[in-house]
Write a protein that binds this ligand. Structure first.
Ligand SMILES: Cc1cc2nc3c(=O)[nH]c(=O)nc-3n(C[C@H](O)[C@H](O)[C@H](O)COP(=O)(O)OP(=O)(O)OC[C@H]3O[C@@H](n4cnc5c(N)ncnc54)[C@H](O)[C@@H]3O)c2cc1C
Length: 295
């Protein structure tokens, strides 16, 4: 939305993936903390064999987050498996698992996985968007009176790869600074009143077909995961940009001809955001931080 309003948007290729999100068809995406590997748990394939040594001979399961996430991705690609596993039970005493990781254990148990005994299915998951709407140290964007705060903003503090658990910095520190700046710079009288905002004029009267909206959203997700995910190269990115542009043309046409719904607005924003990320990844030929380009 900010980009459509002509705000400057930067660093959008830098998307951090967490290596180990619990993988279960009915489970919401929750993360299994990296501290379990710190305590000795190993990443293993479907046969229970550790594999990280192939991707980082020295640090193995304790390699940096992006190396581990890519190792898992490659392992899944090579074997065709939909996930790998975390093995706590073979490497950490049962009492220690119970004592150190009660919440993870409880969450996994809800889906029938007892980490003191069973392998926990995991996959990498998109975790944090380092880039975003360019802001200065007071949250000001390049559009007059438009402020951005939180993950959507790019303050620059994360560089090309964010450290873990830094969201308080984005949300709290910048939230506080921006609120002070807005109070200081925008006099109360300039705030728009809801009556000044013209009502939305719908161009179409027909309801959007929910099946089309869902299918398009699922196509965007698949394109992003497969072509603009953990490992990027020219072929994948070129294909992603082509497919996303063609989808965007369809979605725009659809958007202008039917009655607007929340889902349709979300879909239009999603395809635009996907193109912004794919185009940024295409332009930055040098792999760095969480933007990994295959040589
Ligand atoms: C699985 C997972 C685990 C994480 N764990 C950690 C962690 O342990 N520590 C840590 O520091 N960070 C963690 N993060 C990152 C952290 O959660 C986010 O960076 C943080 O929540 C971002 O906060 P936010 O308020 O900027 O954005 P959000 O929490 O995404 O809030 C944005 C809000 O805007 C709403 N919205 C979106 N579009 C519109 C619209 N068009 N109109 C109106 N409303 C809209 C959304 O519904 C949402 O409520 C994790 C992220 C994930 C995905």
């Amino acid at each position: 939305m900010a980009q459509r309003a002509s705000a400057r948007v930067i660093n959008c290729e830098f998307i951090q993936f967490h290596p180990t999100a619990f993988y279960h068809i009915n489970a919401p995406c929750f993360l299994i903390s990296e501290t379990v590997r710190g305590e000795g748990a190993r990443l293993v394939d479907g046969n229970g064999k550790p594999f990280m040594e192939r991707y980082d001979r020295k640090w193995k399961d304790l390699a940096p987050r992006d190396v581990v996430a890519r190792g898992i991705y490659q392992e899944m690609l090579n074997s065709g498996a939909s996930n790998v596993f975390l093995d706590l039970a073979s490497y950490i005493p049962r009492a220690k698992i119970k004592g150190h990781f009660p919440t993870i254990r409880q969450e996994c148990l809800r889906y029938g996985v007892d980490i003191t005994r069973d392998l926990a299915p995991v996959v990498p998951a998109a975790h944090y968007f380092c880039g975003g709407i360019w802001v200065d140290e007071w949250g000001r964007t390049t559009v007059d009176q438009l402020y951005a705060v939180g993950e959507v903003a790019c303050t620059g503090v994360h560089g090309a790869n964010r450290l873990a658990s830094a969201s308080l910095l984005e949300g709290l520190v910048f939230g506080d600074r921006i609120s002070r700046e807005i109070n200081k710079s925008l006099p109360g009288s300039s705030a728009p009143s809801p009556e000044d905002i013209p009502a939305w004029q719908s161009t179409g009267s027909e309801e959007p077909d929910a099946a089309l909206v869902q299918q398009d959203m699922s196509s965007i997700k698949n394109i992003m995961w497969n072509y603009v995910g953990l490992v990027r190269n020219d072929h994948r990115l070129a294909r992603a940009i082509r497919d996303l542009r063609s989808l965007e043309t369809e979605i725009e046409r659809f958007y202008r001809s039917v009655r607007l719904t929340d889902e349709l607005i979300g879909l239009r924003n999603a395809v635009r955001a996907a193109i912004i990320v794919a185009a940024a990844a295409w332009s930055n030929k040098a792999g760095m931080g969480c933007h990994y380009r295959e040589p």
